[in-house]
Write a protein that binds this ligand. Structure first.
Ligand code: DAK
Length: 263
């Protein structure tokens, strides 16, 4: 791969978008490489994925404006669909995904971060949806995910004004969960991922599915989704081992690696 690096260590994978000359902007090739990498994540081996950007300046500075500048209506729709398909794969990946936002997260950059389960950032991060200043709408889910994450009022203000916000404001509105210095960001992301990876993997995946699927439906259906995924846990070795450990007062509570059962 030219623009994506991928490494796995101790159940945690790091996907780095690596196109620093263009501040990691997303062109078709970058999107294709992200998609191939996501498709290839071995969820039996990896329990949490971190997505970050190469360099100290930018997470992702948006979709590639040079590539978009000459698109026709049909090509624009196809480009939007490509990005949306990739971001949806991130959002629905079986394991938790953490965005470690290490600088600019503008347009498509904010949108890829929002397709992750959790966002943390460095203190030099800058977030925004500048699209209306470029004569377009956010096209990789920005109008949808931002409103779901921070509420319609704040999302509309950010999208209509195209105003960028710094890390502290992103934290205040709930767009990111925590802010670190640049040096602390990746260690913090890895620590968070390792904490998730220590828990029963199928239970964690079922939690992700329950939260995501439940948010997309009404509360009555959402509770049924939760019930089913809760019930599924009782077919896992982790549930039996972890509860037996508790009852036997085994403080180690070591959880076994159990291959994910696709459902
Ligand atoms: N695309 C392409 N190249 C970019 C880029 C981008 N988004 N952002 C930066 N670059 C390139 C610059 O052109 C420059 O390249 P060279 O001139 O060196 O060859 C290099 O990265 C360094 O950038 P700067 O020299 O500008 O660096 P500065 O530190 O001065 O400024 C900046 C950093 C992030 C403030 C500035 O680069 C900037 O404003 N970049 C654009 C940010 C932006 O507007 N992003 C949102 C893009 S729009 C849709 C699908 C998708 C989307 C919409 C619709 N559908 C099909 C419906 C998504 C849209 C977007 O994401």
């Amino acid at each position: 791969m030219e623009f994506v690096n991928y490494e796995v260590e101790d159940y945690v994978a790091v996907l780095t978008i690596n196109r620093p000359k263009a501040l990691n902007a997303l062109n078709s090739q970058v999107l294709e490489e992200i998609e191939q990498t996501i498709d290839a994540v071995d969820t039996n081996e990896v329990r949490a994925l971190i997505i970050t950007g190469a360099g100290e300046k930018s997470f992702v500075a948006g979709a590639d404006i040079a590539e978009m500048s000459s698109l026709t209506k049909a090509e624009g729709e196809a480009f939007g669909k490509k990005g949306n398909d990739v971001f949806r794969k991130i959002e629905t990946l079986a394991i938790p995904v953490i965005a470690a936002v290490n600088g600019f997260a503008l347009g498509g950059g904010n949108e890829i971060a929002m397709s992750c389960d959790i966002r943390i950032c460095s203190d030099n991060a800058l977030f925004g949806q500048p699209e209306v200043g470029l004569g377009i709408t956010p096209g990789f889910g920005g109008t949808q995910r931002l409103a779901r994450l921070v509420g319609a009022g704040i999302a509309k203000q950010l999208v209509y004004t195209a105003r960028n916000i710094k890390a502290d404001e992103a934290y205040r509105i709930g767009l990111v969960n925590a802010v670190y210095t640049q040096e602390e960001l990746m260690p913090a992301a890895k620590k968070l991922a390792a904490t998730i990876a220590k828990n029963a993997p199928i239970a964690v995946r079922n939690c992700k599915k329950a939260i995501n699927d439940g948010l997309n439906t009404d509360i009555d259906n959402a509770i049924v989704i939760e019930e089913k995924l809760f019930g599924d846990c009782f077919e896992t070795e982790d549930q039996k081992a972890a509860m037996a450990n508790f009852l036997e007062k085994d403080k180690e509570k070591k959880l076994k690696v159990v291959p994910f059962q696709n459902k």
